[in-house]
Design a protein around this ligand. Structure first.
Ligand code: FPP
Ligand code: MG
Length: 325
């Protein structure tokens, strides 16, 4: 079973969710409508909805019921991206202009608020306070993760632990919750729900590490945005933290970050720092840690029931660290 096979196996249900996503952001306000649809139409892997559907197979699978969770999670993800692009001053996402670039920052803030509010509208179609609580907690943690990231921008003194704590909040938790809520909405057994949460958490950690690696090693075409964006935005990621353990690299990276923090960035110094990081052991070390998280994710699946979707989850987990987009 390959990644595309999973999407084609669930293609009717993914289609159903895609339509619901579009319907859910429709607004009488033309500008809100256009801005929300802009990001939705730019595509995306729809990983969170796929995790919801797969996890739902471990209980009583009901696509209508699961779609409320899947749509809400994808909308939350989208809302955070619209806001994140304002914070990161990013011009491109998924090969398209970001909302803040196509319109402006004020429109982007309201569009993010609007999409988040729609996510709440959708999930409250389920009369499940337990699900509402888990979802709200995840969003609160994401905001805390982003605040931590903001405080640690340009900071090369931060530890690997700081980085891991931050990505746990900003990324891993929402993926963990996607698996957990899919199982919960389908009333899967408690132990299975717990294992799927742990699976999602570890996949989420690997996913963000891979995202941060790709930002350094990918091409603009693969990424849909310029490579090296993280460091330019001041975001010091895992491969960089590992790379600067080498003294020959740390001085250049420090100076590059200093220049980026100041009024005028020294582009050739930033390029030099990026070249050093790309050729450093930091890349391999970050890859190794991502692979460890995938091993943990696969281990979490060991004692869940042997239905075909267990293998689908494993395929998705392996794709996370092999992906180039
Ligand atoms: C992308 O990270 C951003 C996130 C994973 C989380 C963003 C969260 C918020 C903005 C806070 C919560 C907001 C709302 C609306 C509830 P990245 O910048 O590393 O990745 P990128 O390369 O995709 O931009
Ligand atoms: Mg960003």
């Amino acid at each position: 079973m390959k990644l595309l096979d999973i999407y084609s196996k669930f293609s009717d249900d993914i289609h159903y969710i895609e339509n619901k996503l579009q319907e859910s952001v429709r607004s009488e306000d033309a500008q809100l409508n256009d801005a929300a649809l802009h990001l939705l139409k730019a595509g995306g892997k729809r990983l969170r909805p796929v995790f919801v559907l797969l996890a739902g197979r471990f209980g009583k699978y009901d696509v209508e019921l699961l779609s409320h969770v899947a749509v809400s999670l994808e909308l939350i993800h989208m809302a955070t991206l619209v806001h994140d692009d304002v914070i990161d001053d990013a011009a491109m996402r998924r090969g398209q202009l970001t909302v803040k670039e196509k319109w402006d920052e004020r429109i982007a803030m309201y569009t993010g608020d609007y999409i988040l509010a729609k996510a709440l509208t959708v999930v409250t179609k389920l009369d499940r306070p337990d699900i509402h609580r888990i979802l709200s907690h995840a969003v609160v943690q994401m905001v805390i993760g982003e605040m931590e990231q903001l405080r640690l921008f340009y900071n090369v003194e931060q530890s690997v632990r700081d980085y891991l704590l931050r990505i746990r909040r900003k990324t891993a938790l929402l993926i963990a919750v996607s698996c957990q809520l899919g199982a919960l909405a389908a009333d899967a057994p408690k132990i299975v729900t717990q294992r799927l949460y742990s699976f999602g958490y570890n996949v989420g950690m690997a996913f963000q590490i891979q995202d941060d690696l790709l930002d350094l090693t990918g091409t603009a075409e693969q990424l849909g945005k310029p490579p090296g964006s993280d460091i330019r935005q001041g975001n010091v990621t895992l491969p960089v933290l590992y790379a600067i353990q080498d003294e020959r690299i740390s001085d250049t990276v420090r100076r590059a970050l200093e220049s980026l923090r100041g009024a005028s960035a020294d582009d050739s110094l930033v390029d030099e720092a990026l070249t050093l990081i790309r050729g450093s052991a930091g890349i391999r070390e970050a890859e190794r840690l991502a692979a460890k998280y995938i091993d943990k994710a696969l281990a979490a699946l060991e004692d869940v029931p042997d239905i075909p979707e267990k293998e689908d989850l494993a395929v998705l987990a392996r794709f996370i660290t092999n992906r180039t987009y």
